[in-house]
Design a protein around this ligand. Structure first.
Ligand SMILES: Cc1cc2nc3c(=O)[nH]c(=O)nc-3n(C[C@H](O)[C@H](O)[C@H](O)COP(=O)(O)O)c2cc1C
Length: 250
């Protein structure tokens, strides 16, 4: 089984390629969080994978919370691995995954990192073509190697450093509390896709306009996947591109 968290499709693309090559079942961490599904049995599986993006040099909050709540049986003797997609370089997420699984008594065989297009457009922007295509091609080549290693159950990198942060803390996005940076501008059509795509259930549509309330993992699924480009993060994203991995099937 492959537990996958993905907002803009990079990690999902990696997980889909792994699933195709191994025949392993994909489990969407966002869906599991929304449905409160934390019990899984790996007795019939050879491998258990965790595929996720790097957030602030560690695991996304959604992934950390899911692993904390996870009740996994039948994991003994299985090949357990992590694959992280990042926009620049890896951080403590391999160490964080190792530490979190160890705390649950789950063994770990190592992790792998793939550089993919950076979706954190607060500080940067979506790279234009042909740079974007070159990053995706590089990721495909890196994935070829990772897939062979996972299929052969080879030991990956084990980072035993104590991580500074196990996962990125959730952010209060309730506008009523004055701290929410995410909002829908006047072009919001009230279609509700942002609410459907939110792993944390933070978005609702009120009077035809999306509204954020509660604790958010800052994955930016709402922002990048809005067909009207109406979702903004403060003043940081008005004139920036939007990104969804063009090679993924949602
Ligand atoms: C809140 C946030 C924090 C991020 N922090 C990092 C980081 O510390 N280092 C990095 O290389 N990329 C960082 N990124 C970029 C993502 O890790 C990268 O684009 C990833 O492939 C996105 O995966 P997804 O498409 O599966 O959601 C960050 C993205 C977000 C939204």
């Amino acid at each position: 089984m492959i537990f996958c968290f993905s907002a803009t499709g990079n990690s999902l693309y990696a997980a889909q390629r792994l699933a195709e090559a191994t025949g392993d079942t994909l489990i969407d961490i966002g869906e599991a969080l929304r449905g409160g599904k934390y019990e899984y049995d790996a007795a019939g599986d050879e491998r258990i994978g965790f595929v996720a993006p790097t957030f602030a040099g560690t695991l996304p909050g959604a992934v950390g919370i899911f692993i904390e709540r996870l009740r996994l049986t039948g994991a003994g003797g299985r090949y357990v691995y992590g694959v992280f997609t990042c926009g620049g370089s890896d951080g403590f997420e391999p160490a964080a995954l190792y530490a979190m699984l160890k705390a649950k008594g789950i063994g770990f065989d190592g992790s792998y990192t793939v550089v993919m297009p950076d979706n954190y457009i607060v500080w940067s922007d979506v790279p234009p073509e042909p740079a974007l295509g070159a990053i995706l091609d590089g990721a495909d080549k890196a994935l070829d190697v990772i897939i062979e290693a996972v299929k052969a159950k080879k030991p990956g990198k084990i980072d035993e450093r104590p991580p500074q942060m196990l996962y990125m803390p959730l952010t209060e996005v309730s506008a009523s509390k004055g701290t929410g940076a995410l909002f829908a501008d006047g072009s919001c059509a009230g279609c509700g896709l942002c609410a459907e795509n939110c792993p944390m259930g933070c978005v609702t549509v009120v009077d035809g306009r999306a509204r954020w309330e509660g604790l958010c993992t800052m994955c930016f699924a709402c922002l990048h996947r809005c067909p009207a480009r109406a979702v903004q993060h403060g003043n940081d994203t008005q004139n920036k591109g939007r990104y969804v991995n063009p090679r993924v099937r949602f």
